[in-house]
Write a protein that binds this ligand. Structure first.
Ligand SMILES: Nc1ncnc2c1ncn2[C@@H]1O[C@H](COP(=O)(O)OP(=O)(O)OP(=O)(O)O)[C@@H](O)[C@H]1O
Length: 244
């Protein structure tokens, strides 16, 4: 069934997921609309990474549902979700250190028609001039921050409808953090939706359209990023002091 304009691109409904007998997500519900940048904020251990892993099919889930572009993702693995346009750049993703930057990107484009792959690689490199300049270097020769950018570029090669980024700023210098977040803002301008986990509240509020605060496996606050006094309200929500 074709997705209508009004339907969210991603709809997570009353999702339960965890590890073995331990449930981590307790009825998680949220939406991402086409072209929207949505941030997931919350304390350590809240379940943000677990949620992204469940959405992309890295982690099987129990009750509830995840709908992407109008279809349920139940039982669908990460390769297939990526093929459908939902790309997850996992936290601490490692690039192939022995392969060149270009080959790392070509590997990410493995199932894209051969004639299109190089153009896709160029398109992704255009977002990151500092790694474009090192396209013939081995992945292992890049700095940690540049490797992180390469991991994001590997996701972009697929021209996702929704890109999920798990703490893209982790371990980056302030300058590189700004660079990565500027890429997120540019993606929104090209109509790509982004769902990102981020700890840097002020920085993320500057580029996100909406935010969800997550605590103990459930959404405790949803707000437009432009709403006043949000950092304070988010903090209160984490500790169960605020209802919205
Ligand atoms: N592989 C695993 N096996 C068992 N428990 C896990 C596993 N990964 C995470 N957990 C537990 O699930 C809960 C949620 O972790 P998760 O990583 O999703 O939180 P988070 O909000 O992303 O936090 P952080 O910001 O610290 O990454 C935590 O209690 C964590 O200990």
């Amino acid at each position: 069934m074709p997705i209508s304009e009004a339907d969210p691109l991603l709809a997570v409904r009353a999702l339960e997921a965890g590890y073995g007998k331990i449930n981590v997500l307790h009825g998680m519900t949220l939406d991402v609309r086409a072209g929207e940048v949505v941030a997931l904020l919350g304390p350590n251990g809240a379940g943000k990474t677990t949620l992204l892993r469940a959405i992309s099919g890295l982690l099987p889930w129990g009750a509830g549902d995840v709908m992407f572009a109008g279809s349920s993702l139940r039982g669908i693995g990460p390769r297939e979700t990526a093929r459908g346009g939902l790309v997850h750049v996992v936290e601490g993703h490692r690039v192939f250190t022995q392969q060149t930057v270009t080959d790392n990107l070509l590997l990410a484009a493995y199932d894209i028609p051969r004639g299109e792959r190089l153009a896709r690689v160029e398109e992704a490199l255009a977002y990151f001039p500092e790694i474009a300049a090192k396209r013939n270097d081995r992945g292992g020769a890049l700095s940690g921050g540049q490797q992180q950018m390469l991991a994001v570029a590997q996701g972009l090669v697929r021209r996702p409808k929704l890109l999920m980024l798990d703490e893209p700023s982790a371990g980056l210098s302030p300058v590189l953090v700004d660079r990565v977040l500027a890429v997120v803002a540019r993606l929104r301008d090209t109509g790509t939706a982004v769902l990102l986990v981020e700890q840097l509240i002020e920085k993320v509020l500057a580029i996100a359209d909406r935010v969800y605060a997550v605590a103990q496996g459930t959404v405790v606050l949803e707000a437009k990023a432009s709403e006043p006094n949000l950092p304070h309200r988010l903090e209160r929500a984490y500790f169960g002091l605020d209802q919205s």
